[in-house]
Design a protein around this ligand. Structure first.
Ligand code: FES
Length: 113
């Protein structure tokens, strides 16, 4: 039996302001993680869906970055206001939010839709 049906990792990595790579912390990573956790709890999904803070996911240029397993769906440019759509569409209905999926060829090539 699987521990969780879905596991979401939200990058909260923080870099110094002068670092050219930027970081997801500055793009709202912590607020996004908090919103996922809050809504998952409110919706009674805590036993099947887990949202976890992550360090750098090596998708910095697309941040704020989020990846959902087991589908291996990578989302980029995620904002707090996108969390509800990801929960309702992807996590509940198994319909990934295409408009937020990273389109770079190194991402989502192994996605299980
Ligand atoms: S800092 Fe978020 S993916 Fe690298």
């Amino acid at each position: 039996m699987k521990r969780f049906e879905k596991h979401i990792f939200i990058c909260e990595n923080k870099r110094p302001p002068d670092n050219p790579k930027g970081c997801c912390f500055d793009k709202g990573g912590s607020a996004i993680r908090e919103e996922f956790k809050k809504r998952i709890a409110e919706l009674g999904l805590k036993s099947t869906i887990r949202a976890s803070s992550s360090g750098c996911l090596d998708a910095c240029e697309f941040g704020a970055s989020v990846v959902v397993y087991p589908e291996q769906i990578w989302y980029g440019g995620v904002k707090v206001e996108d969390v509800e759509e990801i929960i309702q569409s992807h996590l509940i209905k198994n319909e990934p939010v295409k408009r937020l999926m990273i389109t770079h060829p190194n991402f989502n090539k192994d996605a299980k839709l």
